[in-house]
Design a protein around this ligand. Structure first.
Ligand code: CTP
Ligand code: CA
Length: 228
């Protein structure tokens, strides 16, 4: 059977998925964020549900609906996303980190709206925790899948992240190309890499639903391959 049929390797498994952007507050009315729509993460959550998995979806601020059988936890900031992920990760068999987590947040969030007093202003930022690496560093970790958004040297950068964060698999988006707009798009193409035998598979441009099924197939195959 296909790994994503509901008797495949993901059936009955617990999948934890992050999706969407995070927002880092500047003051009560402003924030720093990015163009992530959440569509790829939500498509993976839905494909995993159809494959018979039990899905927990930790979502940043997005305008998307999830099926009522998906346990959805809404968060805003990277720190909130980390907390939500850590509260759910113990039971997870697979963690897929699709969220476009803000790498930095404000060192200090203003209590009041900032007034435009001067012609120049500087915001001071501090690094956010790396949620994916925090999960990969756990002693009894799930099968850990990262995403990578790269504008150049996709394989080198993606394999670099695979190794540096000690991931089981990474799915790379080549962003900023005319034929693969990625953000807010309904289509996507992925290059998937894993450590064993320098594993690589290309998922050609298709709807995010279709790409999600293909990625789950590859995850299922690699999880099964490990057990043998
Ligand atoms: N990620 C995360 N927490 C962060 C930053 C990234 O969990 N604070 C995860 C993303 O969900 C993705 C992976 O790490 O699965 C790679 O994200 P990406 O932005 O491509 O890489 P970074 O490691 O943040 O490095 P850089 O932005 O410098 O390329
Ligand atoms: Ca980043």
């Amino acid at each position: 059977p296909s790994p994503t049929a509901n008797n495949g390797p993901l059936a009955g498994k617990q999948l934890l998925i992050t999706a969407g952007p995070t927002r880092e507050a500047i003051d009560p009315v402003r924030y720093i964020s990015n163009h992530s729509s959440g569509k790829m993460g939500f498509a993976l959550a839905e494909a995993a549900r159809l494959a018979g998995a039990m899905v927990t979806l930790v979502a940043g601020p997005v305008a998307l609906q999830a099926h009522s059988d998906i346990k959805r936890i809404d968060v805003v900031s990277a720190e909130q996303m980390l907390k939500a992920v850590m509260s759910q990760v113990d039971k997870a068999d697979v963690f897929i980190s699709v969220a476009a987590v803000s790498d930095y947040r404000l060192t200090e969030v203003m209590d009041q709206k900032i007034k435009k007093n001067s012609t120049e202003m500087t915001l001071t930022l501090v690094r956010n925790p790396d949620i994916l690496k925090s999960v990969a560093d756990l002693p009894n970790r799930p099968f850990v899948v990262g995403f990578a958004a790269e504008t150049e040297n996709v394989e080198v950068h993606a394999r670099g992240k695979l190794e540096k964060k000690a991931l089981d698999m990474i799915a790379a988006n080549h962003v900023g190309q005319a034929d693969n707009p990625v953000f807010s798009s309904d289509t996507n193409a992925l290059d998937v890499y894993w450590p064993a035998d320098n594993g690589h598979e290309h998922i050609p441009s298709a709807t995010k639903q279709s790409v999600a099924h293909s990625l789950l197939d590859i995850i299922g195959q690699q999880m099964s391959a490990r057990k043998t």
